[in-house]
Design a protein around this ligand. Structure first.
Ligand code: CP
Length: 314
């Protein structure tokens, strides 16, 4: 693997899932592959899981890790040819090239701005970094996708599934703030790499981009979707068509124990952080069927799997 920007950088999911299983059983078994290598983690946005799990994964492989909140550095300009006489003091051409002098790998988190759909869906910031960096980039959640999360989600479903082809439901859930579509887009993209039965359910107006959902089974009836489901994956996202907006939010879409009773004793999943009793009620999140903590634990396993694949080629 040369880089990890999106699911298209993973050609053989099944062989990497087997590798992830081995890493889960022996996380220090390959702790020299990253010796004398440095990973720089750049965060344009907040993080708990991605930051800690990626740092831990890199350290398990023997790497040094430097983490920087980009808000503490100079403002970075991403427009080619910009006249930089406003607030941005440094162009990504220099920033990415300079960081590459200190790093063997760069991890980058950069959320959608939710103002300009075209710029977000072009992945402008991620792609500009990838263009001007001279070392591999690892996507720690970008404007449209969160591949480390989704790969960990597939690994989690593989671990907990009780049948070869489980029914997996991605359900929109309420949230008071406008959130990006990245986790949902990415989850759909990675589900398509499996042979699971995927059903997406959301209120009207919250349809994801057809770039991701073409060919998917989609229903506006959440209860119908829940019938016989083996996994319920809850996530909020803002509107794609009325870009970045929250429509009159329907609180009835919260995940409740009553709805979970419609399922085939389904596992409950969420990428976290999650707002209790808004997205999902306590009774579900605190139930034995909730696997959100195991899901988060698997972020370390999958980050380590991805980093070790890239390190093999350095
Ligand atoms: N799920 C996830 O990416 O969590 P953080 O935003 O805390 O990194």
């Amino acid at each position: 693997m040369k880089q990890f920007l999106s699911s298209s950088d993973v050609l053989y999911v099944n062989s990497l899932l087997k590798k992830a299983k081995r890493i889960q059983q022996d996380s220090y078994g390959n702790n020299m592959i990253g010796k004398n290598k440095t990973m720089v983690l750049l965060f344009f946005n907040p993080s708990l899981r991605t930051r800690l799990s990626t740092q831990k994964a890199a350290q398990n492989l023997g790497m040094h890790v430097i983490t920087m909140n980009v808000s503490q550095a100079w403002g970075i300009e991403f427009e080619d040819g910009a006249v930089m006489n406003l607030d941005k003091a440094e162009h990504v051409k220099e920033a990415a090239a300079v960081i590459s002098q200190y790093a063997d790998l760069i991890g980058l988190r950069t959320f959608a701005g939710l103002q300009d759909r075209e710029a977000d869906y072009e992945e402008k910031i991620l792609n500009q970094f990838a263009k001007y960096a001279t070392v591999p980039i690892v996507n720690l959640e970008s404007a449209t996708v969160h591949p480390l999360q989704s790969f960990a989600d597939v690994f989690t479903i593989e671990t907990y599934k009780k049948k070869k082809r489980p029914k997996v439901v991605l359900t929109w859930a309420p949230h008071p703030r406008a959130l990006p579509q990245a986790v949902a887009n990415s989850f759909v993209e990675w589900m398509k790499k499996t042979d699971y039965e995927l059903v997406i359910t959301q209120p009207k107006g919250y349809e994801l981009s057809t770039q991701f959902t073409t060919g998917c089974s989609i229903t506006y009836d959440q209860q119908e979707a829940f019938h016989d489901a083996d996994f319920i994956y809850a996530k909020n996202w803002s509107s794609y068509s009325d870009y970045g907006k929250i429509l009159p939010t329907d609180v009835n879409w919260m995940i409740t124990a009553e709805k979970m009773a419609l399922t085939n004793d389904a596992c409950f999943m969420h990428c976290l952080p999650v707002r209790r009793n808004v997205v999902v009620e306590d009774m579900v999140l605190d139930s034995p069927n909730s696997i959100v903590i195991q899901q988060a634990a698997n972020r370390e396993v999958i980050a380590q799997t991805v980093l070790s694949e890239i390190l093999k080629n350095l």
